[in-house]
Design a protein around this ligand. Structure first.
Ligand SMILES: Cc1cc2nc3c(=O)[nH]c(=O)nc-3n(C[C@H](O)[C@H](O)[C@H](O)COP(=O)(O)O)c2cc1C
Length: 168
């Protein structure tokens, strides 16, 4: 299968996940292209059999170049899967909602979604702690410490397994 893994990543977390997914698909002998969404030509997406579209979460939304791609693309392949990394301890099930209509129009099936925690390495820990209300700062500090280094090896193995599972 001709597969595109397109991802928006600024500090490398989502990119690590995308690379792990490519490794998994390479092991299965697939023809895989890995591209940052800022380098994706929206008109090229249709030429793949399957797209894995990924992003970091910024203010509850996809990264800018992923948003641009979602806005500009008109034609999609028969199958798509989503993935995203996020710092908060909750999923964002509606993050690709803006693609919904286009999925319907193209008869594109969503065959899976993968999400995992990605530590925020862009802001100093203290700044992140201070964003929580005073009574929740200790809890916030513990949480931030607990997700240091993620995505970790276990997350990346899960990403790889997820990508392979899409072929079944
Ligand atoms: C400016 C900014 C905004 C963020 N907004 C959110 C958010 O709304 N929800 C969330 O769970 N994580 C948020 N994060 C954390 C990132 O989604 C997370 O660290 C992600 O793994 C970064 O991916 P990247 O390394 O691929 O860029 C934010 C981080 C930054 C720096």
């Amino acid at each position: 299968m001709k597969i595109l893994i397109a991802y928006h990543s600024d500090t490398g977390n989502t990119e690590k996940v995308a690379i792990a997914m490519k490794e998994g698909l390479d092991e299965e002998g697939q023809d895989v292209t890995l591209q940052h969404t800022k380098d994706c030509d929206p008109s090229s997406l249709k030429s793949y059999d399957l797209i894995l579209l990924g992003t970091r979460i910024v203010g509850g939304s996809p990264g800018k170049s992923a948003q641009n791609l979602i806005r500009k693309v008109t034609e999609l392949p028969p199958k798509i899967a989503f993935f995203y990394t996020h710092g908060q301890n909750r999923p964002y099930p509606k993050v690709f909602k803006r693609l919904e209509k286009k999925l319907e129009q193209n008869n594109t099936k969503v065959i899976g979604t993968f999400e995992c925690i990605g530590a925020n390495t862009e802001w100093p820990v203290e700044q992140q702690v201070q964003m929580a209300p005073p009574e929740k700062r200790e809890q916030a500090r513990k949480y931030i410490e607990s997700i240091k280094g993620r995505p970790n090896e276990e997350d990346l193995q899960k990403a790889k397994d997820f990508a392979k599972s899409l072929l079944k």
